[in-house]
Every structure is written in C-alpha cells, then in structure tokens.
Design a protein around this ligand. Structure first.
Ligand SMILES: *Cc1c(COP(=O)(O)O)cnc(C)c1O
Length: 387
C-alpha cells in the first residue's frame, strides 16, 4: 500500500531524539530555541515561536493580531479546517474567498472584488489568511498591496510550504505578511510528530505569541506588572495563554529534519517532474506551476477531466484505494463541512472551489517514492479510469 504522504525518518533523526531522551530536559530545554533559530535563519525571518501544532500557531497568531468578537477573518475554502477555525476560537467571524482556477490558491481578483464590496458595506476583514495550497506560494505581493490599501493583516498559512520559494526568496521570511505559520505533522515536508511554528519580523508580535504559547506567563522582569509590594517577583501571569509548547524531543527531531529540507524538496520536484511526464497521456490535469514561485510540492493533486472519463470521482478514488494507492481529497471546501453549514454557509458559495473538489485526487507524493511506485500509481490510475 502506498499512502498519499508520509514522513522520512533517518538514523540521525532517531539518534537526535534519543540524545534528548537521555538529557536533563525533555521540555523547556535548549532544543526548542535551537530549532526556532534553525527555521528562522533558513527562512530569513527575525523571530520564530515553536508550538505543538500549526493549529495552535494559527490561534496565537490571530490573538496576537487582536482578532476578537466583531472582527472578520477571510481565508481560502480550499484548505484544511484549521485555517478557518482559528477565527472562531477567537470569537470572530470567518468568510471565504473564491479560488483561482489555475493555482487553486485564493484568487487575488476575487479578493479584490470582495474587498470592494466589503468596504461599501463596512465589513472589511481584520485578517486575511492566504494558504499556499500543495506548497505553491500565493501571489503575496498583490495580496500585500491590498492589505496596505484596505488595512487588514496577513497570516500566511504555509503549513504545506516550508522549503518553498516566492520571488526567489524563502516562504516564511514574512516580507509580505505579519506572521507565517508552518506545520510539522508527519504528512508535511518536515516533521516533529506533531508541531508547528509561527514566524514574524515584529518584536511586538513575537513577544505576544511567546506569552500566549505558555499560559500568558512571563519571568522577564520588564514584562511584569509593577507592584507596590514585591511578592510576585519570580514569574507573573500577565495574559490568558495556553500550554501550546513544543517538547525538546520534538524540537530535536525538527532540527535533524531541517538538515534534509533542501534534499526533501528537491526529491519532491524530481517526482513531480516524473508524474508530469507519465501522466501526460491520460485525461487528468497535472498541477500548474506559477513562474513566481517554487513549490515545496507537499501534495501532487491531479484533476480528473471528468468529461473525458466515464467514471465518477468517487469511482476512481475507490478503485485507486482498492489497488492499494491510498489517495486523498484536498480539500472539501471548508464551508461545506457540517459544522460550517450550521453557521449559515450554503452550497454554491464558491463554485470554483466546489468544482475543483469534485474533480481532484491527491496521488502519493513523498521523498521515498521510487520509479516502481510511480509505475504502480500510473497502472492503478489507468485501471481506475479505463477498466
Ligand atoms: C496540516 C494543516 C494545518 C494544521 O496543522 P497541524 O500542525 O496538524 O495543526 C493547517 N493548515 C493547513 C493548510 C494544513 O494543511
């Protein structure tokens, strides 16, 4: 059986974890800051805050940007639910911007139109969360120009995109955003088991997120409230935060994985190129790549040319799974999830995203795939489509 994605763990990774297990600190030791340093310097951002998931990173990023009741966050419908849920955690509302029919990222044109309407009705978003779907960077320069004009803040959901580049610079440098977040779930580009990170060039945002990661507690004297009496001097809780910390066990794995990030992404590109070739004769559309970006190829989603195939997406999906190819669907438009329907969203809201969802299938994409695996995927696809 071939999954759609999986981690790549080396003996060095295992040794790095074992070393922490034998050390004094399993958490709150030196591995977490070292991992933060490795990622921030790789990406060219000033600050990085490691947390226990990208979902936590999105939550504290929204809080640091003061998202709350009465505010609105916009994201892409073609994403994992976490990109939208973060708004609801803060008591804010969420709305969705239609996707681009080629990149399947948030459409800049649709965003521009929606902003014009929102300005007229006094309903502008406080935060927009572009998602670098499948690892392909969004048109951040254009989105940032709109942010400057309309005054919203930007969180890049780069859960798919560590190792990707935009305008020849690493995703994560936050040149076009306030905060960028990464996920280190095992299906993503590098892993820490569970884990995530928030990057920013703002010292103020980093301070807020660092506090929120750990209960809102500080032991830095200048962050503490001044008191007449000095009974609370070793640490103070100055905000309502969470326990969103990453362990040193996870961070050690992350540091070790970072050493192979370049290799991982290069291998994914090699595989994508092979797929582009071997799939060129069957009625599927392979992922279009923008010249402004260099994808990390977290996913390789193919689009079935349904009019040329005498099968439904579900039949193709089931046939592939029967042949041991554990494909997946990325993504059901978030607002069609039953929970979101209870919030009032209806089918037909973002037709392009719905059409995409009805035709897409993510086929296996991870560094250890070999030529024989790709042949198996192709054979299974041919059987699924033609048999
Ligand atoms: C995986 C993912 C997340 C959540 O990541 P976790 O680390 O599992 O919390 C958020 N957004 C997107 C787009 C993702 O793919």
């Amino acid at each position: 059986m071939i999954p759609y994605g999986r981690q790549d763990i080396s003996d060095e990774d295992i040794q790095a974890v074992v070393d922490v297990l034998r050390s004094d600190f399993l958490t709150q030791g030196s591995a977490v800051p070292a991992f933060e340093q490795a990622v921030s310097s790789y990406c060219g951002a000033t600050h990085a805050i490691a947390v226990n998931s990208a979902t936590s990173a999105l939550h504290i990023a929204c809080l640091a940007l003061d998202l709350g009741p009465g505010d609105i966050l916009w994201t892409s419908p073609n994403t994992f639910v976490a990109s939208a849920n973060c708004a609801l955690y803060c008591g804010a509302q969420v709305d969705f911007v239609e996707i681009d029919p080629k990149s399947y990222n948030m459409s800049v044109e649709a965003l521009r139109k929606k902003l014009e309407q929102a300005e007229r009705s006094g309903q502008l978003p406080k935060i927009v969360v572009p998602v670098h779907y499948a690892g392909q960077p969004c048109e951040m320069r254009e989105i940032k120009a709109l942010a400057d004009y309309y005054g919203f803040r930007i969180i890049e959901d780069a859960s798919h995109a560590i190792g990707a580049r935009y305008l020849n610079e690493p995703v994560g440098n936050c040149h076009f955003s306030d905060i960028t977040i990464f996920s280190f779930h095992p299906v993503k580009i590098i892993t820490t088991g569970e884990g995530g990170m928030a990057l920013s060039n703002s010292a103020m945002l980093e301070k807020k997120m660092r506090l929120l990661r750990s209960h809102g507690i500080t032991s830095t004297p200048k962050e503490m409230h001044l008191r007449d009496h000095h009974e609370i001097w070793n640490y103070q809780q100055v905000d309502l935060g969470f326990n969103y910390r990453m362990t040193d066990i996870q961070a050690a794995l992350g540091i070790s994985q970072m050493k192979r990030l370049g290799e991982f992404v290069a291998k994914r590109h090699e595989l994508a190129l092979r797929y582009d070739q071997i799939l060129s004769d069957i009625p599927v559309t392979t992922p279009w790549q923008s010249l402004n970006g260099y994808s990390s190829y977290h996913l390789y989603p193919i689009r079935l040319q349904i009019d040329k195939i005498k099968k439904t997406q579900r039949e193709v999906y089931n046939a592939l799974r029967m042949h041991g190819i554990l494909v997946n669907l990325h993504y059901i438009p978030v607002y069609l999830q039953p929970y979101y329907e209870t919030l009032g969203f209806k089918k037909g809201y973002c037709p392009e995203a719905e059409k995409y969802f009805s035709e897409v299938i993510s086929i296996p994409m991870f560094p250890q795939l070999c030529e024989a695996d790709l042949d198996m995927v192709l054979a299974a696809l041919e059987m699924a489509i033609y048999a």
